[in-house]
Design a protein around this ligand. Structure first.
Ligand SMILES: Cc1ncc(COP(=O)(O)O)c(C=O)c1O
Ligand SMILES: Nc1c(O)cccc1C(=O)C[C@H](N)C(=O)O
Length: 407
């Protein structure tokens, strides 16, 4: 056994989260794509059988009340809340991340101009706040939606690298849309520092947590984040297309003026009134009828988090990515791949991105050899490490197969 294989064995033996792998349906492949689609938790199929056959099949319409369908968006939001450092009552589940980015960003611009504080003051030259800053390296959907939100609200849109945001903020900045972890490089951005800078400029901060929630502590309440969105099909393992979530800080909920005010966010949805009156609290983030089947699959999936501290997940995530970088350095000839992922723990999410020529083809061959990551154009091999089900022997094998594939 090689030295690194022996080290992997030791690390697995002392890994207090190792037993959690049994909560997932997995096979012999090394699955390093949980940052795109999380693995299936074992509790989900049985729950879906009940939801479909009994709740839908037998109870039918009664399930909106009797099976708790109507209140599922807030109930499941409260299950996600501790994973992102939020007190209950601030997260609602539903729609896609893209749709929630739209709701959050337009609502942020409206807040910035509503006179209620944070961004409520006038801009430097008295002309108001009419600019949105967006992470220049963002996942494309956020950029597209920010451009549309800017057009709709009469703002200009300025792409800025996250680290440059403090210097780019002005009295005209209404809202700033940032990613907590960069989907390509795996870089973790400074959420506390950037949020504080946005607030100091009187603007509203919107964070996309797709690549951080479930992999590391986020601290939404602690750091005073205004609005946040995220998906649930990556590190939260909710399944393909599972609904996203929207966080609205409690103190801002009364000022959350949704650009998609559907009947589900009405104060009295069954009043069927012609005039819209927004509900109180997190419910205000809802739009239309929730996608119950996906939502209840997510609820079952979240059971894997019972008694799992996020800090322990973070510690294992860093140990996994450290060990992967160590194995790659040992096995892959120098100069063959270049890591885009920061060395510093404070700047690293839960993935490693390696740049190499022909990355698309390399990833195909890796997958054929049982190591599943993904490829992001033009030249990035992406490996996501989900601490709940990836072990250290997986990591050593992935690096070994990578070296063989590249030789
Ligand atoms: C950072 C980020 N934001 C948004 C999305 C897309 O969200 P959705 O397709 O669920 O709307 C993704 C991934 O798909 C993402 O990585
Ligand atoms: N949402 C996805 C999908 O529907 C199909 C394939 C991949 C995805 C992803 O989530 C991609 C992912 N957000 C990324 O970081 O690239």
């Amino acid at each position: 056994m090689s030295e690194l294989a022996a080290k992997a064995k030791e690390l697995d033996a002392s890994d207090r989260l190792a037993g959690l792998r049994a909560r997932f349906v997995l096979d012999d492949a090394v699955y390093l794509d949980g940052n795109s689609l999380g693995a299936l938790p074992t509790a989900v199929p049985g729950r879906m059988e009940d939801v479909v056959r009994r709740q839908w099949g037998s109870l039918r319409i009664r399930s909106w009340d009797e099976s708790g369908w109507w209140t599922a968006p807030e109930r499941i939001g409260d299950l996600i809340a501790p994973l992102v450092g939020a007190a209950p009552g601030q997260i609602v589940v539903g729609d896609s991340t893209s749709v929630n980015v739209f709701k959050a960003l337009v609502a942020a611009v409206r807040m910035a101009g509503d006179g209620g504080g944070n961004g409520g003051d006038r801009g430097d030259d008295g002309s108001g706040r009419d600019e949105i800053l967006v992470d220049a390296t963002t996942f494309p959907t956020d950029g597209y939606i920010a451009a549309s939100a800017a057009r709709m609200t009469g703002c200009t849109l300025r792409p800025v690298a996250p680290a440059d945001v403090p210097g780019a903020l002005t009295g005209r900045t209404a809202a700033v849309l940032l990613n907590h972890v960069d989907y390509r490089t795996g870089r973790l951005h400074d959420l506390p520092g950037l949020t504080a800078a946005v607030h100091a400029a009187g603007a509203v901060a919107v964070w996309d947590l797709c690549h951080s929630a479930g992999a590391l502590p986020v601290g939404l309440d602690e750091h005073g984040v205004d609005l946040a969105v995220g998906c649930t099909y990556k590190y939260l393992n909710g399944g393909p297309g599972s609904p996203a979530y929207l966080y609205v800080r409690r103190e801002l909920q009364d000022r959350f003026d949704s650009p998609l005010p559907g009947w589900n966010s009405h104060a009295e949805p069954f009043g069927m009134r012609a005039e819209y009156q927004a509900a109180e609290g997190a419910v205000r983030g809802r739009v239309g009828t929730p996608d119950i089947l996906s939502m209840l699959a997510l609820e079952a999936a979240l059971e894997v988090w019972d008694d799992v501290p996020v800090d322990a997940v973070r510690a294992k995530s860093l140990a996994l990515t450290d060990f992967f970088l160590e194995c790659v350095a040992a096995y892959v000839p120098a100069g063959t791949v270049e890591s885009l992922t920061p060395e510093a723990h404070a700047e690293r999410g839960s993935q490693v991105a390696l740049r190499c020529p022909g990355a698309g083809d390399v990833m195909k061959r890796l997958i054929d050899s049982g190591v599943v990551g993904d490829f992001r154009p033009p030249d990035v091999l992406r490996f996501g490490f989900t601490p709940l089900y990836v072990g250290f022997a997986d990591v050593e094998r992935a690096a070994r197969v990578l070296a063989r594939t590249l030789s």
